[in-house]
Design a protein around this ligand. Structure first.
Ligand code: FE
Length: 184
């Protein structure tokens, strides 16, 4: 996946999202490359395994693994993000903030199937909630973000718009991680 070359030559986010989505679509259209340890579900919580972080933190690549019934809270990203479905299926809901701050749905809920790619960004819509759409097996998606996403200070939201700060970290935090010391 040539994300490094793409961010080298593309200064603007729309170009990165457009061409990055095509690269990610190629990656998730074939499900024969993800090592099993990065697709392991945890019955307690959904997992986010860091697969790669650009040494200049211009992007990171993460595998998300949902056991049946698992979902994210409503949350933002504060950078562009691409979500490519590798295995199983995810149900996605997007939200925008109304003038009084409360969250309102931004379009109907939709599903991602293997090979599908979705995007998020503060520019186009950054607040969503994702859950495993399958009741009987794990689902796995590959995410690419415009930062070292595990250390970005972000927000989770209640439907009334109340925010709570969070930093996601990574499920495989035991890997050598030169950024970890900077996490709050
Ligand atoms: Fe997200």
């Amino acid at each position: 996946m040539d994300m490094g070359a793409l961010v080298d030559r593309a200064a603007d986010e729309p170009t990165i999202i457009l061409h990055g989505a095509a690269l990610l679509k190629d990656l998730v259209s074939v499900d024969d490359w993800l090592p099993p340890e990065y697709a392991l579900p945890d019955p307690q919580r959904y997992c986010q395994y860091l697969l790669h972080c650009d040494s200049r933190e211009r992007f990171s690549i993460v595998s998300f693994v949902w056991a049946p019934g698992q979902a994210t809270p409503i949350h933002n990203h504060r950078t562009w993000g691409l979500i490519g479905m590798l295995r199983g299926s995810e149900a996605c809901e997007k939200w925008i903030r109304s003038p009084d701050g409360a969250l309102v749905p931004d379009g109907p809920a939709f599903r991602l199937e293997p090979g599908n790619v979705d995007s998020v960004s503060p520019r186009t819509g950054d607040i969503h909630r994702v859950r495993n759409a399958l009741a009987d097996r794990p689902s796995v998606s590959i995410h690419v973000y415009g930062a070292n996403i595990g250390r970005v200070m972000r927000s989770t939201y209640a439907l009334d718009g109340t925010r709570q700060a969070f930093v996601s970290g990574y499920s495989n935090a035991a890997i050598p991680n030169v950024w970890r010391a900077e996490e709050p």
